[in-house]
Write a protein that binds this ligand. Structure first.
Ligand SMILES: [Cu+2]
Length: 163
């Protein structure tokens, strides 16, 4: 609870004073609040989230890469007859004016073959490539293992906390 409290407070101050440190812009695209969770020692996989806002013409997120991981893959969580599954997404279309949240239980970036565990308080850099806007490197804030979304407090889908 203490961690959630601190996160909520941080979100309050961020709202009051401007964008979070991790917010980035490339062309007409804003990448807001990139975050991930600490990973246990020995874990090979991490999961990243952020919100995209497209203030310009239609675009698409076509690639994610990170030096911290062997691979970074866009995933979508779907429910197949009540069974939650993850499916790789090659490109994510962003219509003009679109706002798209990557969040627990929904779209996320899967970091695989981690070079080192993600530690709370650190940042993880990843490069997002957009078809029209180009590439931008953003810093994912690493929150404690099990942390809920810092700004969007929607709980993770049961059983999908690690996704
Ligand atoms: Cu996944």
């Amino acid at each position: 609870m203490r961690v959630l409290h601190a996160v909520a407070l941080a979100a309050f101050f961020a709202t009051a004073t401007g964008p979070l440190a991790g917010d980035s812009t490339i062309g007409a695209i804003s990448i807001l609040n990139p975050w991930t969770r600490a990973t246990p020692t020995g874990a090979r996989v991490g999961v990243g989230y952020f919100t995209l806002r497209n203030n310009g013409a239609a675009d698409a997120l076509i690639k994610v890469s990170s030096d911290a991981a062997g691979e970074a893959i866009m995933h979508e969580t779907t429910s197949d007859n009540g069974v939650m599954r993850m499916r790789a997404v090659d490109a994510l279309t962003l219509p003009p004016g679109a706002s798209m949240a990557f969040k627990p239980g929904g779209h996320h970036v899967m970091f695989t073959d981690l070079k080192a565990p993600f530690k709370a308080g650190d940042t993880i850099k990843a490069t997002l490539t957009f078809e029209r806007a180009g590439s931008v490197t953003v810093a994912f804030a690493v929150y404690a293992a099990g942390a809920a979304a810092p700004l969007d407090a929607a709980p993770a889908t049961p059983g999908m906390e690690g996704q």
